[in-house]
Design a protein around this ligand. Structure first.
Ligand code: GRF
Length: 211
């Protein structure tokens, strides 16, 4: 019996390089999955053009002035649900999502954060890592929970901080690691190969193990 094709919606706010890495892996590695849409909260997000160039449907859901966070999340969920995705992938998505939204997609909502969580949750992670003088920095892929940047960790990648690193040079090396670890994690989510045990996530090696 042919495998059911899974679908994902990817949310972006800016460059979209993580989205591009995932969409490319999906095609080049022949996942039994597809990117149903790329949705941004910003019309000027450069990643929208990258997605369109790959033939992926793009949508913009902009916050309406004066409307609250809850109203935005509800509209975003309405637009996502039209695609009935098996996974909602946050890729450089720069809005904090409320508890109702996270609850709606719990278990199929995944994010990449540019630090070794639980170190440096929030913004400006590379600058803070340099200021803290850490020798090791990196990226974290995690399932999204109500608490920001604190969901169960799916995978991490470590980056050595060099003595002459600037925020930009460190960010560039972390981004490379994000591109390397995010796609396999999204694939595992789509193929039902993530096993949650408390706060710990085990990734089964192949779809066969998932049976
Ligand atoms: C990445 O470091 C991501 O973790 C952060 O924004 C940076 C740009 O991401 N949230 P992208 O190029 O838009 O995927």
């Amino acid at each position: 019996m042919g495998e059911q094709v899974r679908s994902m919606v990817i949310l972006i706010s800016g460059t979209g390089s993580n989205m591009q890495a995932i969409a490319r892996a999906c095609v080049e590695q022949g996942w039994s999955a597809r990117v149903a849409a790329v949705i941004s909260n910003r019309a000027e997000a450069a990643g929208l053009r990258l997605a369109a160039e790959m033939g992926i449907a793009t949508e913009v859901v902009e916050p309406r002035p004066g409307a609250g966070r809850e109203a935005y999340d509800q509209e975003l969920a309405r637009r996502i649900d039209r695609h009935a995705p098996d996974a909602v992938v946050l890729a450089g998505f720069m809005r904090v999502l409320g508890e109702a939204f996270v609850g709606r997609y719990q278990g199929r909502l995944i994010n990449v954060h540019p630090s070794l969580l639980p170190a440096f949750p929030g913004l400006h992670t590379h600058r803070r890592a340099l200021e803290a003088g850490v020798k090791w920095h990196g990226a974290t892929v995690h399932l999204v929970s109500a608490q920001v940047d604190a969901g169960p960790i799916v995978d991490q990648a470590v980056v050595a901080v060099q003595d002459d690193d600037t925020e930009a040079s460190l960010a560039a090396r972390v981004l490379q690691q994000e591109h390397r670890i995010y796609a396999p994690a999204v694939r595992a989510l789509l193929e039902g190969r993530l096993r949650l045990q408390g706060r710990r996530v085990r990734t089964l090696a192949t779809a066969r193990d998932a049976a």
